[in-house]
Write a protein that binds this ligand. Structure first.
Ligand code: SF4
Length: 159
């Protein structure tokens, strides 16, 4: 069984609460970018790790540490999540840094397909910027405009 690891986008997992349902579903079914594995020799998922967060102008090299955590368990292939591939501005730099550090590691760009890539990108933009439903912050409390969740809200939500 080929040992594989997944490198994810920290922003989508930490800030957007992505539970990687598409990645795991495609892995189990050997679909999407896991089609390359055969039924007789299915992939064994060793682990997942996130990139560590947007690296600013200085830190793309840090990704080697994240990959090392998986590499030490003997992964042969590293799948970059489809989110990372589609929305990460550091994709090229990450790939180059990983390739330089681990030349024998197969890097696969993607995990699952998208039904509508433009809708996905528009959705991620909204989740990142939160324009449609503005989150409340400390200033809302200080300026006394904070909205407090009530039992009536709960009832309405459940109707
Ligand atoms: S560096 Fe790329 S993969 Fe990591 S959190 Fe930022 S956008 Fe996501």
């Amino acid at each position: 069984m080929p040992k594989v690891g997944i490198l994810g986008c920290e922003a989508t997992t930490r800030d957007m609460d992505c539970v990687m349902i598409g990645c795991f579903g495609n892995l189990r079914g050997r679909q999407g970018m896991f089609e390359r594995y055969t039924e007789d020799d299915p992939p064994e998922l060793v682990g997942i790790i996130s990139c560590g967060g947007c690296p600013t102008a200085f830190g793309t090299d840090r990704v080697w540490q994240k990959v090392r955590a998986l590499k030490e368990y003997g992964i042969e292939a590293l799948h970059l999540t489809s989110c990372l591939v589609q929305v990460c501005p550091f994709l090229k730099e990450f790939t180059e840094a990983i390739r330089t550090e681990y030349p024998d590691l197969q890097i696969v760009e993607g995990t699952h397909p998208f039904h509508d890539i433009d809708a996905f990108k528009a959705g991620v933009k909204e989740l990142t910027t939160q324009r449609a439903v503005t989150p409340q912050k400390m200033n809302d409390l200080v300026f006394r405009r904070i909205k407090i969740h009530s039992e009536e809200d709960e009832k309405e939500a459940n109707e």
